[in-house]
Design a protein. Structure first.
Length: 111
């Protein structure tokens, strides 16, 4: 990160993103490091090319239902990223439905 840069707290749900991304390895479980042959480039909205160093699973626990959790697979670990991103496209590929309302994003399994 350059000087004057800051990291956004929380997760952004992005309809233009193709990959889930976090900069914090503590967000992930079952982390697997990527070697040069399995790594790939991700182009950021600002044109920067980012390369994941690992992949893992994110465990989400909604605040409205204690004890309920769900996992999101294939989250890229990119320490240089300034944001944490949940990709609508990636969630849709595995059968999730993402709905945007005025101030709320709802993510659920397709029934």
């Amino acid at each position: 990160m350059g000087s004057g840069s800051f990291r956004m707290d929380g997760w952004s749900v992005d309809s233009d993103a193709s990959q889930h991304i976090t900069y914090d390895e503590r967000d992930l479980i079952n982390v697997r490091k990527l070697d040069a042959s399995s790594s790939f480039d991700i182009h950021s909205i600002g044109g920067e090319v980012l390369r994941p160093i690992a992949m893992g699973m994110l465990v989400l626990a909604p605040n409205f239902c204690p004890g309920l959790t769900t996992t999101i697979a294939d989250v890229c670990l990119i320490p240089e990223s300034q944001v944490k991103v949940l990709s609508v496209a990636a969630m849709s590929e595995v059968g999730a439905v993402v709905r945007f309302d005025e101030n709320v994003v709802t993510i659920c399994d397709r029934v």
